[in-house]
Design a protein around this ligand. Structure first.
Ligand code: BES
Ligand code: ZN
Ligand code: ZN
Length: 496
Protein backbone atom coordinates (compact mmCIF):
# COMPACT_ATOMS: atom_id res chain seq x y z
CA UNK A 1 0.00 0.00 0.00
CA UNK A 2 1.22 3.45 -0.91
CA UNK A 3 0.45 6.35 1.39
CA UNK A 4 1.00 10.02 0.69
CA UNK A 5 0.03 13.33 2.25
CA UNK A 6 -1.06 16.48 0.42
CA UNK A 7 -0.59 19.71 2.32
CA UNK A 8 -2.60 21.99 0.01
CA UNK A 9 -6.28 21.39 0.74
CA UNK A 10 -7.30 22.75 -2.65
CA UNK A 11 -5.28 20.11 -4.55
CA UNK A 12 -7.24 16.94 -4.10
CA UNK A 13 -5.98 15.52 -7.38
CA UNK A 14 -7.81 12.54 -8.81
CA UNK A 15 -8.58 8.93 -7.94
CA UNK A 16 -11.34 6.35 -7.81
CA UNK A 17 -12.87 7.38 -4.51
CA UNK A 18 -13.01 10.72 -2.73
CA UNK A 19 -13.78 10.62 1.01
CA UNK A 20 -15.44 13.68 2.52
CA UNK A 21 -15.92 14.18 6.27
CA UNK A 22 -19.42 14.60 7.64
CA UNK A 23 -19.44 16.22 11.07
CA UNK A 24 -22.28 17.50 13.27
CA UNK A 25 -24.84 16.25 10.73
CA UNK A 26 -23.40 18.11 7.75
CA UNK A 27 -20.44 18.03 5.39
CA UNK A 28 -17.41 19.67 6.97
CA UNK A 29 -17.47 23.46 6.71
CA UNK A 30 -13.86 23.56 5.45
CA UNK A 31 -13.53 25.64 2.20
CA UNK A 32 -11.82 22.75 0.37
CA UNK A 33 -14.77 20.47 1.10
CA UNK A 34 -17.28 23.15 0.21
CA UNK A 35 -15.57 23.83 -3.14
CA UNK A 36 -15.78 20.14 -4.05
CA UNK A 37 -19.43 19.97 -3.03
CA UNK A 38 -20.18 22.90 -5.28
CA UNK A 39 -18.69 21.07 -8.23
CA UNK A 40 -20.55 17.92 -7.34
CA UNK A 41 -23.89 19.73 -7.50
CA UNK A 42 -26.86 19.68 -5.11
CA UNK A 43 -28.28 16.18 -5.74
CA UNK A 44 -26.22 14.06 -3.30
CA UNK A 45 -26.86 16.46 -0.45
CA UNK A 46 -30.56 16.55 -1.24
CA UNK A 47 -30.69 12.76 -1.14
CA UNK A 48 -28.75 12.62 2.11
CA UNK A 49 -31.25 15.00 3.60
CA UNK A 50 -34.18 12.97 2.33
CA UNK A 51 -32.66 9.80 3.81
CA UNK A 52 -32.16 11.65 7.08
CA UNK A 53 -28.48 10.74 6.97
CA UNK A 54 -26.98 12.06 10.19
CA UNK A 55 -23.40 10.97 9.64
CA UNK A 56 -23.14 9.18 12.93
CA UNK A 57 -19.65 7.91 13.61
CA UNK A 58 -19.01 5.02 11.25
CA UNK A 59 -22.08 5.68 9.07
CA UNK A 60 -21.35 6.38 5.42
CA UNK A 61 -22.96 6.86 1.98
CA UNK A 62 -21.39 6.61 -1.45
CA UNK A 63 -22.50 8.42 -4.61
CA UNK A 64 -21.31 8.26 -8.21
CA UNK A 65 -19.43 11.45 -9.08
CA UNK A 66 -20.96 11.36 -12.60
CA UNK A 67 -18.08 13.15 -14.24
CA UNK A 68 -18.41 16.22 -12.07
CA UNK A 69 -15.21 15.49 -10.19
CA UNK A 70 -12.08 13.58 -11.26
CA UNK A 71 -13.26 10.58 -9.20
CA UNK A 72 -15.65 7.68 -9.81
CA UNK A 73 -17.27 7.93 -6.38
CA UNK A 74 -17.68 10.26 -3.47
CA UNK A 75 -18.04 8.77 0.00
CA UNK A 76 -19.56 10.85 2.80
CA UNK A 77 -17.99 9.50 5.97
CA UNK A 78 -19.76 10.14 9.26
CA UNK A 79 -17.59 11.33 12.14
CA UNK A 80 -20.42 11.93 14.60
CA UNK A 81 -20.27 15.15 16.57
CA UNK A 82 -17.29 17.45 17.02
CA UNK A 83 -17.83 17.18 20.75
CA UNK A 84 -17.30 13.42 20.79
CA UNK A 85 -14.64 13.24 18.08
CA UNK A 86 -11.53 11.42 19.32
CA UNK A 87 -8.69 9.19 18.10
CA UNK A 88 -10.90 6.12 18.17
CA UNK A 89 -13.47 7.85 15.92
CA UNK A 90 -10.69 8.59 13.44
CA UNK A 91 -9.43 5.01 13.55
CA UNK A 92 -12.90 3.64 12.93
CA UNK A 93 -13.60 6.12 10.11
CA UNK A 94 -10.27 5.33 8.46
CA UNK A 95 -11.00 1.60 8.68
CA UNK A 96 -14.54 2.00 7.37
CA UNK A 97 -13.51 4.11 4.38
CA UNK A 98 -10.64 1.74 3.50
CA UNK A 99 -12.91 -1.31 3.80
CA UNK A 100 -15.58 0.38 1.68
CA UNK A 101 -12.99 1.34 -0.92
CA UNK A 102 -11.66 -2.21 -0.99
CA UNK A 103 -15.13 -3.66 -1.45
CA UNK A 104 -15.84 -1.20 -4.28
CA UNK A 105 -12.64 -2.35 -6.03
CA UNK A 106 -11.18 1.10 -5.61
CA UNK A 107 -7.46 1.35 -6.28
CA UNK A 108 -6.81 4.92 -5.24
CA UNK A 109 -8.61 6.69 -2.45
CA UNK A 110 -8.20 10.35 -1.60
CA UNK A 111 -9.34 11.20 1.92
CA UNK A 112 -10.16 14.64 3.26
CA UNK A 113 -11.00 13.22 6.68
CA UNK A 114 -7.89 14.77 8.29
CA UNK A 115 -9.34 18.23 7.66
CA UNK A 116 -11.95 17.49 10.33
CA UNK A 117 -9.23 17.27 12.92
CA UNK A 118 -8.82 20.86 13.73
CA UNK A 119 -7.49 21.10 17.26
CA UNK A 120 -9.00 17.89 18.51
CA UNK A 121 -5.82 15.87 18.29
CA UNK A 122 -2.28 16.62 17.24
CA UNK A 123 -1.68 15.94 13.54
CA UNK A 124 0.86 13.30 14.54
CA UNK A 125 -1.62 11.41 16.73
CA UNK A 126 -4.18 11.67 13.96
CA UNK A 127 -1.75 10.32 11.36
CA UNK A 128 -1.05 7.37 13.60
CA UNK A 129 -4.75 6.73 14.20
CA UNK A 130 -5.55 6.81 10.47
CA UNK A 131 -2.74 4.42 9.65
CA UNK A 132 -3.85 2.05 12.37
CA UNK A 133 -7.43 2.19 11.11
CA UNK A 134 -6.48 1.44 7.51
CA UNK A 135 -3.86 -1.26 8.14
CA UNK A 136 -5.80 -3.01 10.90
CA UNK A 137 -9.10 -2.60 9.09
CA UNK A 138 -7.87 -4.31 5.93
CA UNK A 139 -6.34 -7.29 7.75
CA UNK A 140 -7.32 -10.73 6.49
CA UNK A 141 -6.02 -14.15 7.44
CA UNK A 142 -5.92 -16.13 4.21
CA UNK A 143 -2.93 -18.38 4.57
CA UNK A 144 -5.10 -21.48 4.66
CA UNK A 145 -7.49 -20.56 1.83
CA UNK A 146 -6.84 -22.39 -1.41
CA UNK A 147 -8.44 -19.53 -3.31
CA UNK A 148 -7.19 -16.21 -2.00
CA UNK A 149 -9.73 -13.44 -2.06
CA UNK A 150 -8.34 -11.07 -4.61
CA UNK A 151 -5.44 -9.82 -2.60
CA UNK A 152 -6.53 -6.29 -1.66
CA UNK A 153 -7.81 -3.91 -4.30
CA UNK A 154 -6.87 -0.72 -2.52
CA UNK A 155 -3.36 0.24 -3.55
CA UNK A 156 -3.00 3.88 -2.73
CA UNK A 157 -4.30 6.26 -0.08
CA UNK A 158 -3.73 9.99 -0.29
CA UNK A 159 -4.62 12.21 2.64
CA UNK A 160 -5.40 15.87 2.37
CA UNK A 161 -4.19 17.77 5.42
CA UNK A 162 -4.60 21.43 6.44
CA UNK A 163 -1.09 22.82 5.95
CA UNK A 164 2.57 21.91 5.47
CA UNK A 165 3.40 21.70 9.17
CA UNK A 166 0.43 19.48 9.90
CA UNK A 167 1.29 17.36 6.86
CA UNK A 168 4.77 16.68 8.20
CA UNK A 169 3.53 15.69 11.65
CA UNK A 170 0.73 13.64 10.09
CA UNK A 171 3.26 11.70 7.98
CA UNK A 172 5.47 11.00 10.98
CA UNK A 173 2.51 9.70 12.94
CA UNK A 174 1.30 7.72 9.96
CA UNK A 175 4.61 5.92 9.57
CA UNK A 176 4.60 4.96 13.24
CA UNK A 177 0.98 3.84 12.94
CA UNK A 178 1.73 1.63 9.93
CA UNK A 179 4.64 0.01 11.76
CA UNK A 180 2.62 -0.62 14.90
CA UNK A 181 -0.43 -1.90 13.03
CA UNK A 182 1.75 -4.35 11.11
CA UNK A 183 2.97 -5.60 14.47
CA UNK A 184 -0.61 -6.04 15.67
CA UNK A 185 -1.37 -7.96 12.48
CA UNK A 186 1.64 -10.16 13.17
CA UNK A 187 0.13 -10.98 16.59
CA UNK A 188 -3.19 -11.70 14.87
CA UNK A 189 -1.48 -14.08 12.43
CA UNK A 190 0.08 -15.97 15.32
CA UNK A 191 -3.26 -16.26 17.13
CA UNK A 192 -5.17 -17.28 14.00
CA UNK A 193 -2.65 -19.97 13.06
CA UNK A 194 -4.02 -23.44 13.88
CA UNK A 195 -2.50 -24.96 17.02
CA UNK A 196 -1.10 -27.84 15.00
CA UNK A 197 1.17 -25.40 13.19
CA UNK A 198 2.36 -23.40 16.19
CA UNK A 199 3.63 -25.75 18.89
CA UNK A 200 5.51 -24.07 21.78
CA UNK A 201 8.85 -24.58 20.04
CA UNK A 202 7.50 -22.62 17.07
CA UNK A 203 6.89 -19.65 19.36
CA UNK A 204 10.47 -20.08 20.57
CA UNK A 205 11.69 -19.88 16.98
CA UNK A 206 9.58 -16.79 16.33
CA UNK A 207 11.17 -15.16 19.36
CA UNK A 208 14.65 -16.09 18.11
CA UNK A 209 13.88 -14.51 14.75
CA UNK A 210 13.12 -11.13 16.33
CA UNK A 211 15.78 -8.61 15.40
CA UNK A 212 17.26 -6.04 17.74
CA UNK A 213 16.53 -8.01 20.92
CA UNK A 214 18.51 -10.64 22.83
CA UNK A 215 16.58 -13.87 23.11
CA UNK A 216 17.05 -17.00 25.20
CA UNK A 217 14.84 -20.02 24.65
CA UNK A 218 14.81 -22.67 27.37
CA UNK A 219 13.70 -26.08 26.05
CA UNK A 220 11.74 -28.57 28.14
CA UNK A 221 14.84 -30.29 29.52
CA UNK A 222 16.34 -27.00 30.59
CA UNK A 223 13.20 -25.76 32.22
CA UNK A 224 12.79 -29.02 34.07
CA UNK A 225 16.38 -28.78 35.28
CA UNK A 226 15.86 -25.17 36.32
CA UNK A 227 12.91 -26.18 38.46
CA UNK A 228 10.04 -24.76 36.45
CA UNK A 229 7.81 -27.61 37.51
CA UNK A 230 4.56 -25.73 37.01
CA UNK A 231 5.06 -24.90 33.33
CA UNK A 232 6.65 -28.31 32.76
CA UNK A 233 3.61 -30.04 34.25
CA UNK A 234 1.22 -28.30 31.88
CA UNK A 235 3.16 -29.64 28.92
CA UNK A 236 3.30 -33.26 30.07
CA UNK A 237 0.18 -34.41 28.25
CA UNK A 238 1.34 -33.24 24.84
CA UNK A 239 3.91 -34.59 22.37
CA UNK A 240 4.89 -30.95 21.76
CA UNK A 241 7.22 -29.96 24.62
CA UNK A 242 6.94 -26.63 26.48
CA UNK A 243 9.39 -23.73 26.17
CA UNK A 244 10.21 -20.70 28.25
CA UNK A 245 11.44 -17.61 26.44
CA UNK A 246 13.24 -14.53 27.70
CA UNK A 247 13.70 -11.56 25.37
CA UNK A 248 15.56 -8.40 26.24
CA UNK A 249 15.43 -5.02 24.55
CA UNK A 250 17.83 -2.31 25.67
CA UNK A 251 17.65 1.10 24.03
CA UNK A 252 20.88 2.82 23.02
CA UNK A 253 20.46 5.98 25.04
CA UNK A 254 19.07 6.75 28.46
CA UNK A 255 16.72 4.29 30.12
CA UNK A 256 13.76 5.92 31.84
CA UNK A 257 12.02 2.79 33.03
CA UNK A 258 12.57 -0.93 33.15
CA UNK A 259 9.61 -3.15 32.50
CA UNK A 260 8.94 -6.87 32.34
CA UNK A 261 6.05 -8.09 30.24
CA UNK A 262 4.88 -11.68 30.44
CA UNK A 263 2.53 -13.58 28.14
CA UNK A 264 0.56 -16.78 28.56
CA UNK A 265 1.46 -18.98 25.62
CA UNK A 266 -0.81 -22.02 25.74
CA UNK A 267 -0.80 -22.97 22.06
CA UNK A 268 -3.89 -25.09 22.59
CA UNK A 269 -5.99 -25.47 25.71
CA UNK A 270 -7.98 -28.69 25.62
CA UNK A 271 -8.30 -28.39 29.39
CA UNK A 272 -6.02 -31.40 29.83
CA UNK A 273 -7.57 -34.28 31.81
CA UNK A 274 -10.08 -31.73 33.15
CA UNK A 275 -11.22 -31.74 29.53
CA UNK A 276 -13.22 -28.86 28.13
CA UNK A 277 -16.52 -29.47 26.34
CA UNK A 278 -16.25 -29.41 22.52
CA UNK A 279 -17.81 -25.97 22.08
CA UNK A 280 -15.45 -24.33 24.55
CA UNK A 281 -12.47 -25.79 22.73
CA UNK A 282 -13.29 -24.30 19.32
CA UNK A 283 -11.32 -21.11 19.87
CA UNK A 284 -8.65 -22.46 22.21
CA UNK A 285 -5.87 -21.92 19.71
CA UNK A 286 -6.20 -18.33 20.94
CA UNK A 287 -4.89 -19.27 24.39
CA UNK A 288 -1.45 -17.96 23.40
CA UNK A 289 -2.76 -14.46 22.70
CA UNK A 290 -0.77 -13.05 25.60
CA UNK A 291 2.40 -14.56 24.15
CA UNK A 292 1.52 -13.18 20.71
CA UNK A 293 1.24 -9.73 22.26
CA UNK A 294 4.69 -10.06 23.84
CA UNK A 295 6.28 -11.28 20.60
CA UNK A 296 4.72 -8.43 18.63
CA UNK A 297 5.73 -5.77 21.15
CA UNK A 298 9.33 -7.03 21.25
CA UNK A 299 9.44 -7.09 17.46
CA UNK A 300 8.21 -3.49 17.25
CA UNK A 301 10.39 -1.99 19.98
CA UNK A 302 13.76 -1.61 18.24
CA UNK A 303 12.43 0.67 15.49
CA UNK A 304 10.42 2.82 17.91
CA UNK A 305 13.47 3.85 19.93
CA UNK A 306 11.60 4.43 23.18
CA UNK A 307 13.63 5.05 26.35
CA UNK A 308 12.50 1.86 28.07
CA UNK A 309 14.33 -1.34 28.79
CA UNK A 310 11.97 -4.23 28.28
CA UNK A 311 12.17 -7.87 29.28
CA UNK A 312 9.64 -9.97 27.40
CA UNK A 313 8.66 -13.44 28.59
CA UNK A 314 6.70 -16.20 26.95
CA UNK A 315 5.65 -19.24 28.97
CA UNK A 316 4.44 -21.73 26.43
CA UNK A 317 3.00 -25.23 26.54
CA UNK A 318 0.26 -27.23 24.91
CA UNK A 319 -2.38 -28.36 27.39
CA UNK A 320 -3.34 -31.85 26.22
CA UNK A 321 -4.65 -35.00 27.92
CA UNK A 322 -2.46 -37.90 26.77
CA UNK A 323 -1.27 -40.73 29.05
CA UNK A 324 1.61 -38.64 30.35
CA UNK A 325 -0.63 -35.74 31.33
CA UNK A 326 -0.65 -34.37 34.84
CA UNK A 327 -3.64 -35.48 36.90
CA UNK A 328 -6.01 -33.57 39.11
CA UNK A 329 -4.47 -33.85 42.56
CA UNK A 330 -0.87 -33.91 41.35
CA UNK A 331 1.54 -31.56 43.09
CA UNK A 332 4.11 -29.52 41.19
CA UNK A 333 6.84 -27.19 42.42
CA UNK A 334 7.21 -23.75 40.86
CA UNK A 335 10.50 -21.97 40.21
CA UNK A 336 10.24 -20.00 43.47
CA UNK A 337 9.90 -23.20 45.47
CA UNK A 338 6.19 -23.00 46.21
CA UNK A 339 4.27 -26.24 45.82
CA UNK A 340 0.98 -26.27 43.95
CA UNK A 341 -1.77 -28.84 44.05
CA UNK A 342 -3.23 -29.02 40.54
CA UNK A 343 -6.88 -29.67 41.26
CA UNK A 344 -8.05 -28.63 37.83
CA UNK A 345 -5.75 -29.12 34.86
CA UNK A 346 -7.76 -26.55 32.93
CA UNK A 347 -6.47 -23.79 35.22
CA UNK A 348 -3.12 -24.14 33.45
CA UNK A 349 -2.39 -20.57 32.43
CA UNK A 350 -1.62 -19.55 35.99
CA UNK A 351 0.76 -22.51 36.29
CA UNK A 352 2.67 -21.42 33.21
CA UNK A 353 2.81 -17.81 34.40
CA UNK A 354 3.86 -18.81 37.93
CA UNK A 355 7.25 -19.96 36.68
CA UNK A 356 7.75 -16.98 34.38
CA UNK A 357 6.92 -14.50 37.16
CA UNK A 358 9.16 -16.34 39.64
CA UNK A 359 12.04 -16.38 37.18
CA UNK A 360 11.97 -12.68 36.44
CA UNK A 361 11.39 -11.85 40.10
CA UNK A 362 14.55 -13.74 41.04
CA UNK A 363 16.79 -12.56 38.20
CA UNK A 364 15.72 -9.11 36.99
CA UNK A 365 15.31 -5.76 38.62
CA UNK A 366 12.46 -3.87 36.97
CA UNK A 367 10.17 -0.96 37.83
CA UNK A 368 7.01 -2.63 36.58
CA UNK A 369 5.74 -6.11 35.82
CA UNK A 370 2.74 -6.63 33.56
CA UNK A 371 1.42 -10.00 32.58
CA UNK A 372 -1.15 -10.55 29.88
CA UNK A 373 -3.16 -13.73 29.63
CA UNK A 374 -6.36 -15.36 28.41
CA UNK A 375 -6.68 -16.61 31.94
CA UNK A 376 -10.33 -17.05 32.87
CA UNK A 377 -13.72 -17.53 31.27
CA UNK A 378 -14.94 -15.63 34.32
CA UNK A 379 -13.45 -12.43 32.84
CA UNK A 380 -15.89 -12.82 29.95
CA UNK A 381 -18.73 -13.34 32.35
CA UNK A 382 -17.80 -10.24 34.33
CA UNK A 383 -16.90 -7.80 31.55
CA UNK A 384 -17.98 -9.24 28.21
CA UNK A 385 -15.61 -9.28 25.28
CA UNK A 386 -14.95 -5.55 25.04
CA UNK A 387 -13.07 -5.03 28.31
CA UNK A 388 -9.89 -6.59 29.59
CA UNK A 389 -9.70 -7.02 33.35
CA UNK A 390 -6.84 -5.43 35.28
CA UNK A 391 -5.85 -6.50 38.77
CA UNK A 392 -2.66 -5.62 40.55
CA UNK A 393 -0.65 -4.10 43.32
CA UNK A 394 -0.02 -0.63 41.90
CA UNK A 395 -2.97 1.74 41.38
CA UNK A 396 -0.82 4.18 39.37
CA UNK A 397 0.20 1.54 36.86
CA UNK A 398 -3.41 0.38 36.57
CA UNK A 399 -4.50 3.97 35.96
CA UNK A 400 -1.84 4.46 33.28
CA UNK A 401 -2.85 1.23 31.56
CA UNK A 402 -6.53 2.18 31.68
CA UNK A 403 -5.81 5.60 30.16
CA UNK A 404 -3.58 4.21 27.41
CA UNK A 405 -6.13 1.50 26.68
CA UNK A 406 -8.89 4.05 26.38
CA UNK A 407 -6.87 6.09 23.88
CA UNK A 408 -6.12 2.97 21.84
CA UNK A 409 -9.65 1.63 21.78
CA UNK A 410 -8.52 -1.27 23.98
CA UNK A 411 -10.70 -0.92 27.02
CA UNK A 412 -9.55 -2.00 30.46
CA UNK A 413 -11.54 -2.23 33.68
CA UNK A 414 -10.15 -2.82 37.13
CA UNK A 415 -11.34 -5.66 39.33
CA UNK A 416 -10.36 -5.86 43.01
CA UNK A 417 -7.47 -8.03 44.07
CA UNK A 418 -9.45 -9.09 47.13
CA UNK A 419 -7.07 -10.74 49.60
CA UNK A 420 -10.06 -12.12 51.50
CA UNK A 421 -10.60 -14.68 48.75
CA UNK A 422 -7.06 -16.05 48.96
CA UNK A 423 -8.27 -18.33 51.75
CA UNK A 424 -10.06 -20.44 49.13
CA UNK A 425 -6.80 -21.26 47.40
CA UNK A 426 -5.10 -22.89 50.38
CA UNK A 427 -4.40 -26.55 49.77
CA UNK A 428 -4.70 -29.57 52.06
CA UNK A 429 -1.50 -31.11 50.77
CA UNK A 430 0.58 -28.33 49.12
CA UNK A 431 1.30 -24.64 49.73
CA UNK A 432 -1.51 -23.56 47.43
CA UNK A 433 -3.95 -25.07 44.97
CA UNK A 434 -4.64 -23.84 41.46
CA UNK A 435 -8.36 -23.16 41.82
CA UNK A 436 -10.56 -21.29 44.28
CA UNK A 437 -14.30 -21.41 44.89
CA UNK A 438 -16.98 -21.13 42.21
CA UNK A 439 -17.23 -17.32 42.17
CA UNK A 440 -14.88 -14.47 41.34
CA UNK A 441 -12.78 -16.65 39.06
CA UNK A 442 -10.81 -13.77 37.56
CA UNK A 443 -9.88 -12.49 41.01
CA UNK A 444 -8.84 -15.97 42.12
CA UNK A 445 -6.60 -16.27 39.06
CA UNK A 446 -4.87 -12.99 39.89
CA UNK A 447 -4.54 -13.89 43.58
CA UNK A 448 -2.83 -17.10 42.57
CA UNK A 449 -0.32 -15.20 40.42
CA UNK A 450 0.42 -12.82 43.27
CA UNK A 451 2.23 -15.71 45.00
CA UNK A 452 4.95 -15.46 42.38
CA UNK A 453 5.86 -11.77 42.42
CA UNK A 454 7.75 -9.97 45.17
CA UNK A 455 5.78 -8.41 48.02
CA UNK A 456 6.75 -4.91 46.91
CA UNK A 457 6.57 -5.42 43.14
CA UNK A 458 4.52 -3.02 41.07
CA UNK A 459 2.63 -5.64 39.18
CA UNK A 460 -0.52 -5.72 37.06
CA UNK A 461 -2.23 -8.76 35.61
CA UNK A 462 -4.36 -8.25 32.48
CA UNK A 463 -6.95 -10.91 31.77
CA UNK A 464 -7.69 -10.66 28.04
CA UNK A 465 -9.87 -13.79 27.75
CA UNK A 466 -12.62 -11.63 26.22
CA UNK A 467 -10.99 -9.09 23.88
CA UNK A 468 -8.26 -11.40 22.54
CA UNK A 469 -10.76 -12.94 20.15
CA UNK A 470 -13.47 -11.27 18.06
CA UNK A 471 -16.51 -13.53 17.72
CA UNK A 472 -17.84 -11.26 15.03
CA UNK A 473 -16.12 -8.59 12.96
CA UNK A 474 -16.10 -5.10 14.40
CA UNK A 475 -14.73 -1.71 13.33
CA UNK A 476 -11.13 -2.61 12.55
CA UNK A 477 -10.83 -6.26 13.52
CA UNK A 478 -12.24 -9.14 11.52
CA UNK A 479 -13.49 -12.26 13.28
CA UNK A 480 -10.60 -14.06 15.02
CA UNK A 481 -7.47 -13.01 16.89
CA UNK A 482 -7.36 -9.29 17.63
CA UNK A 483 -3.78 -8.69 18.76
CA UNK A 484 -5.15 -6.87 21.78
CA UNK A 485 -2.80 -4.89 24.09
CA UNK A 486 0.08 -4.49 21.64
CA UNK A 487 -0.89 -0.87 21.05
CA UNK A 488 -1.70 -0.19 24.70
CA UNK A 489 1.71 -1.48 25.82
CA UNK A 490 3.57 0.65 23.31
CA UNK A 491 1.55 3.69 24.21
CA UNK A 492 2.33 3.10 27.86
CA UNK A 493 6.04 2.85 27.09
CA UNK A 494 5.90 6.07 25.08
CA UNK A 495 4.56 7.89 28.14
CA UNK A 496 7.26 6.89 30.62
N1 BES B 1 -7.93 -20.54 28.58
C1 BES B 1 -8.93 -20.65 29.57
C2 BES B 1 -9.70 -19.35 29.79
C3 BES B 1 -10.56 -18.88 28.66
C4 BES B 1 -11.89 -19.24 28.59
C5 BES B 1 -10.05 -18.03 27.70
C6 BES B 1 -12.69 -18.78 27.57
C7 BES B 1 -10.84 -17.57 26.66
C8 BES B 1 -12.17 -17.95 26.61
C9 BES B 1 -8.30 -21.03 30.92
O1 BES B 1 -7.15 -21.79 30.87
C10 BES B 1 -9.31 -21.82 31.66
O2 BES B 1 -9.73 -22.83 31.18
N2 BES B 1 -9.69 -21.33 32.82
C11 BES B 1 -10.66 -21.98 33.63
C12 BES B 1 -10.26 -21.78 35.06
C13 BES B 1 -11.04 -22.63 36.03
C14 BES B 1 -10.78 -24.10 35.81
C15 BES B 1 -10.66 -22.21 37.44
C16 BES B 1 -12.02 -21.35 33.35
O3 BES B 1 -12.08 -20.14 33.09
O4 BES B 1 -13.00 -22.07 33.37
ZN1 ZN C 1 -7.57 -23.88 30.69
ZN1 ZN D 1 -6.02 -21.58 29.12
Amino acid sequence: MKFSVESRPSSTGSGDLLVLPYLDEKPLAHPAVQALLKKLGPTPLKLLKKEEFKGEAGDSRAFAAQGKLPFDYVLFMGLGTAKKLNLETLRKAAAKSAQTADRMKVKKMVSLLPLALDKKASAQEAGQAYAEGVVLGLYRFEKYKSKKEKDGNLREVRYVVGDAKAAKAFSTGHRAGEHIAQGVNYARDLVNTPARDKPPEFLGREAKKTRGVRTKVFNHRQLQRLGMGALYGVGMGSPNPPVFVEMHYRPRGRVKKRVAIVGKGITFDSGGLSLKPAKSMETMKDDMSGAATILAVMKLLPALKLPVEVYGYVASAENMPDGGAQRPGDVVKAYNGKTIEVLNTDAEGRLALADALSYLTKHRKVDYIIDVATLTGAALVALGDLYSAALGTDPDLIKMLKDCGEECGEKIWELPLAEEYAEEMKSQVADIQNIGGPYGGTINGALFLKNFVAEKAKWVHLDIAGPSWANKPWAYAPKGGTGIMVRTFLRLFSKF
